[in-house]
Ligand binder design. Structure first.
Ligand code: NAD
Length: 475
């Protein structure tokens, strides 16, 4: 079988040591890989490349489409872009997969039975980076959730569950509050779950779901969620498994994928042969499955489990009475390599199937777009001229024959007509104008002309549409 080319970056701090250790194990296990090494991280940032990646290095990733990355140090100070965010966006790495497993009794944990995989949507939600200062007092960050984005991440979670013999997929959202955005994520989850009748599915509101995950992680199997919740809860899950230094993660796109440890470059531990290479090794195991070498992934993973079970531990997980031998980075990798071909006796043996990676491009479903009708406009004002009733009195006069003032809200709370005097208002007001039938852009322009003519500073407009006669906006 031909070797697979992969791009490797050794990173900063403990990065080079844990990468050497990881590659030593992969080579000993017979991984069929050809390595292309690239430079990333601190030195590259300081040489003036704001992304932390040498321009020619991107070509290697474009060619191999598989990137095994050691942690890097982001220099202090402004002007440096997050390498991870750049890589994710540039290569469309929409799924972040993070298995969080307890290795009781060999690694201390409060949750001995924990074995959870967090699948986080990686591109959408509040992470689009679309923020505005609207007025003196108010900042805005847009939360964008798309149907194709939901479909591919949810399908990825179910396909992952199927390939890895997982029994249940749980979805976390906050759709009781964010009815349109998180509501869409939940709806798509229900639709796609129906295509996988052999896998259980459930939905939790993220707050109580997170509490349950932190308290009883044994109750969960695969958990899929939008970007922000996933960002937070994947760290919580890794931490409570007892093993931040042990977890790896995969960032998967339709064409490209990146694999790494979840921890950082631990600069204080660098160059001392101390660091635990297990997180990066777990990233590499996910990579081996991705490049369809499940046989090697299995060999490496089981040898690693046996090493942990034999009590051969680096300083970070060493515990008197449990551990047998405290070793350095290099010796740990030699211990794993020496156990290749062995399986754990107490910890659960791992098996990986050779099923082909799921093609996420097939994930988006054909559907007829909804019929879209313009029925009004929200006009946001920067205004400090008085109370909500004062504003109401003035702006009523801007209503046109086609578009009439319906209500005014401040920070999402209706304040006119009939507002509650104690509601906090400021300089940011949303004036909703509705039409009786279908409105036109020309009518919106006329309305805005009148509002500007009356001396108001309108800072943004948001069109109100019905989709198949259902309002595409909150009441
Ligand atoms: P860190 O993860 O590097 O370290 C946190 C703690 O965990 C430290 O006490 C460290 O000694 C310990 N630790 C981490 N990995 C270990 C390992 N493999 N073996 C033993 N102990 C380990 O987090 P930090 O100190 O907040 O960040 C250090 C640098 O790493 C920063 O520059 C940060 O920006 C960067 N960082 C990079 C990535 C990445 O490249 N993916 C992720 C997180 C942080």
């Amino acid at each position: 079988m031909a070797n697979t080319a992969i791009t490797v970056a050794r990173g900063d701090g403990i990065g080079p040591e844990i990468m050497d250790a990881t590659l030593h194990i992969l080579k000993a296990a017979g991984a069929r890989i050809d390595i292309e090494e690239i430079q990333i991280g601190e030195k590259v940032y300081l040489a003036g490349h704001s992304t932390g990646v040498e321009p020619t290095a991107w070509d290697s990733i474009k060619r191999t489409r598989v990137f095994l990355k050691a942690p890097i140090t982001t220099p202090q100070g402004g002007g440096f872009k997050s390498l991870n965010v750049t890589t994710r966006k540039m290569f469309g790495l929409y799924a972040n997969v993070r298995p969080c497993v307890a290795y009781h009794p060999y690694v201390e944990t409060k949750h001995p039975g924990m074995d959870v995989v967090i699948v986080r949507e990686n591109e959408e939600d509040l992470y689009a980076g679309i923020e505005h200062r609207q007025t003196d007092q108010v900042m805005q960050c847009l939360k964008l959730i798309s149907r194709p984005g939901c479909e591919r991440i949810v399908r990825y979670a179910f396909e992952y569950a199927k390939r890895n013999n997982r029994k249940k997929v749980t979805c976390f959202t906050k759709d009781n509050i964010m009815k349109l955005t998180d509501g869409l994520f939940h709806k798509v989850f229900d639709e796609i779950a129906a295509e996988y009748p052999s896998i259980q599915n459930e939905h939790w509101i993220v707050d109580i779901g997170a509490a349950k995950l932190a308290d009883t992680p044994e109750a969960f199997d695969v958990v899929v969620m939008p970007n922000l919740y996933g960002d937070i809860l994947s760290d919580v899950a890794a931490q409570i498994a007892g093993s931040v230094g042990l977890a790896g993660s995969a960032n998967i796109g339709e064409k490209y994928a990146m694999f790494e440890a979840i921890h950082g470059s631990a600069p204080r531990r660098a160059g001392q042969n101390l660091a635990n290479p297990s997180g990066l090794l777990h990233g590499a195991i996910l990579m081996l499955v991705h490049i369809n070498q499940p046989d090697i992934a299995e060999r490496v993973h089981n040898a690693w489990l046996k090493t942990i079970e034999d009590g051969v531990h680096t300083y970070d997980i060493y515990s008197e009475g449990v551990s047998k031998e405290k070793v350095g980075t290099k010796e740990f990798s030699q211990a794993v390599a020496a156990r290749l071909g062995q399986k754990p006796e107490k910890l659960k043996t791992v098996t990986y199937s050779s099923a082909p990676a799921q093609d996420a491009s097939s994930a988006t479903r054909a559907r007829v777009p909804a019929k879209k009708d313009l029925v009004g406009v929200d006009v946001f004002l920067d205004w400090t001229g008085g109370t909500a009733d004062d504003l109401g009195d003035k702006i009523e006069g801007c209503s046109t024959d086609a578009l009439k003032l319906n209500n005014i809200a401040a920070r999402g709370v209706k304040v006119y007509p009939g507002g509650f005097p104690d509601t906090l208002t400021g300089d940011n007001w949303r004036c909703r104008f509705l039409s009786e039938g279908i409105a036109t852009h020309q009518q919106v322009i006329e309305l805005l002309g009148k509002i500007a003519g009356a001396g108001f500073d309108f800072i943004k407009t948001e069109h109100l549409y019905n989709f198949d006669s259902q309002p595409g906006f909150t009441a």
